[in-house]
Write a protein that binds this ligand. Structure first.
Ligand code: AMP
Length: 195
């Protein structure tokens, strides 16, 4: 069993999404709190970010937000967070979230979430970290991205072994088992990064 204390969640800032995405985010937060897992997230006070933090905090858990100064100046941060870490840049924010986390989970989101997920997978492919990465594919939201990644492999843009860098699950209850029991990743696979 892996020793997992902190998990990063990448997810939408949009509030206008279907309720099932919000419910899954909040449920995941409650599961983290029940298991004593610390949430690391983008500190958004809206959207799925707020929902996952609500799930954690309402259940007595810890939610650490990492957010760039320009967003705090817009008052986009979540005042409920247990702790807010303010960074100078978006790059610093993403690096800090990655460094603080023992595993990463992507929930439905827009281009910001996709960028975070894909950067996290790019760094894993390059052997810069070996954390488990789980995609919570609520209502099949990620089916198209997964199909695109499978097409990358088919077209030899990516090696088949790199498909093992992430696990896809459908329900919040399946996230922690996937993190704890998913395939181990050997950082020396950096040698396989080139096609
Ligand atoms: P998206 O998936 O496009 O909604 O982007 C999610 C990411 O966008 C977050 O992790 C933040 O980097 C950023 N973001 C966009 N809008 C906000 C906001 N109002 N508050 C906090 N973060 C935001």
């Amino acid at each position: 069993m892996r020793d997992i204390k902190s998990i990063a969640v990448y997810c939408a800032s949009s509030n206008k999404v279907r309720p099932s995405y919000m419910e899954a985010a909040e449920k995941l937060g409650a599961i983290f709190a029940a298991q004593g897992i610390r949430l690391i997230y983008g500190d958004g006070g809206i959207g799925l970010m707020a929902a996952v933090a609500k799930g954690v905090l309402d259940a007595g858990g810890e939610a650490v937000g990492v957010i760039p100064r320009f967003m705090v100046e817009q008052e986009w941060n979540n005042p409920r967070s247990t702790q807010t870490i303010v960074t100078e840049t978006m790059h610093e924010r993403k690096a800090t979230i990655c460094q603080m986390a023992d595993a990463m989970v992507a929930l439905p989101g827009g281009i910001g979430t996709f960028e975070e997920l894909l950067e996290c997978l790019t760094w894993k492919q390059l052997g810069l970290h070996s954390c488990p990465v789980v995609i919570l594919n609520t209502d099949g939201y990620y089916d198209r991205l997964i199909a695109c990644i499978d097409y990358m492999i088919e077209e030899q843009m990516m090696r088949p072994i790199h498909r093992e860098m992430f696990v896809v699950v459908s329900h919040p209850e399946d996230v922690l088992p996937a993190i704890l029991g998913g395939p181990a990743w050997d950082p020396s696979t950096r040698r396989l990064a080139a096609i």
